[in-house]
Design a binder for this molecule. Sequence first.
Ligand SMILES: NC(=O)c1ccc[n+]([C@@H]2O[C@H](COP(=O)([O-])OP(=O)(O)OC[C@H]3O[C@@H](n4cnc5c(N)ncnc54)[C@H](O)[C@@H]3O)[C@@H](O)[C@H]2O)c1
Length: 283
Amino acid sequence: MSQEIHRVCVCGAGTMGAGIAQTLATAGYSTLVYDVQPAGLERAAQQIEKQLDGAISKGKLAAGSTEKILQRIEFTNDLQACLADLFIEAIVERMEDKVALFNQLAELNHSESIFATNTSSLSVTHLSNQVQNPARVIGLHFFNPAHLMKLVEVITTRQTDPKVLDTAWAWVESIGKKPVRCADTPGFIVNRVARPYYLEAMRLVETGDVSPEQVDRILESAGFKLGPFQLTDLIGQDINLVVSRSVYEQLGRPLRLKPSSLQEEKVNEGKLGRKTGEGFYRY
Ligand SMILES: NC(=O)c1ccc[n+]([C@@H]2O[C@H](COP(=O)([O-])OP(=O)(O)OC[C@H]3O[C@@H](n4cnc5c(N)ncnc54)[C@H](O)[C@@H]3O)[C@@H](O)[C@H]2O)c1
């Protein structure tokens, strides 16, 4: 038996939060987007509008849809306004920040609210153990770009209420996505499997024998939709590095998963990819 979800709040209006909010509003949900940075909210609103207009010009969305969809989204930097049946957090990939946010939201909301984390690599069990109502916590891991990618990894802990799982599962399907169950292991399924794709490519470039462009061209011609450098620029080099470090540490530091110094340099230089206008490529 699942419960009714009327209002959803997406926390964090960055790369993922904006895409998730667009998906929900397009599916007809009244959506609140919360971020601590007003500039981030503004960027998200602009990005969603641009994506919707783009979908209309490609014939994927009916003319005149942009306004209707945007009307379903409210943007706020006021935590007190965050009242919802379901929260999807897509804030910074830091355990203490996610724990603090869920505990603050639990104080403000009814006891049936569901708290879903979009973490790429942190332990959902570890997170839920530190929040007020662990039975209401679940992992819902969307993929980038969230408005296009169908897959959502669904992660439960031993404490997740089965009704929360049923509700989250039905809700993921209701927004046109494909839920898959996975265990609460470092990187879940996709981020674990994909790690060597990024790291081996970066190691190759570190030798100085090939360029990021060459590696991307070869892998794209072999059938990958995006080469590893294009893809990490889309993800955000900072996020990808944090995930690499997290998976590496949690698995006992295997050499083959050692984070790349090349990527660390990019992050130190602030070249985070598409979101900053430059990563391995310029945008
Ligand atoms: N980028 C990806 O490809 C990707 C894919 C799947 C999952 N994720 C996960 O999604 C989460 C967000 O990633 P992103 O790439 O969107 O990050 P991002 O850096 O683009 O955006 C994060 C946003 O969260 C806001 N924020 C930070 N702390 C906050 C707080 N306490 N309350 C409210 N807002 C806060 C920031 O202002 C920023 O706008 C991370 O947990 C990441 O691991 C990322």
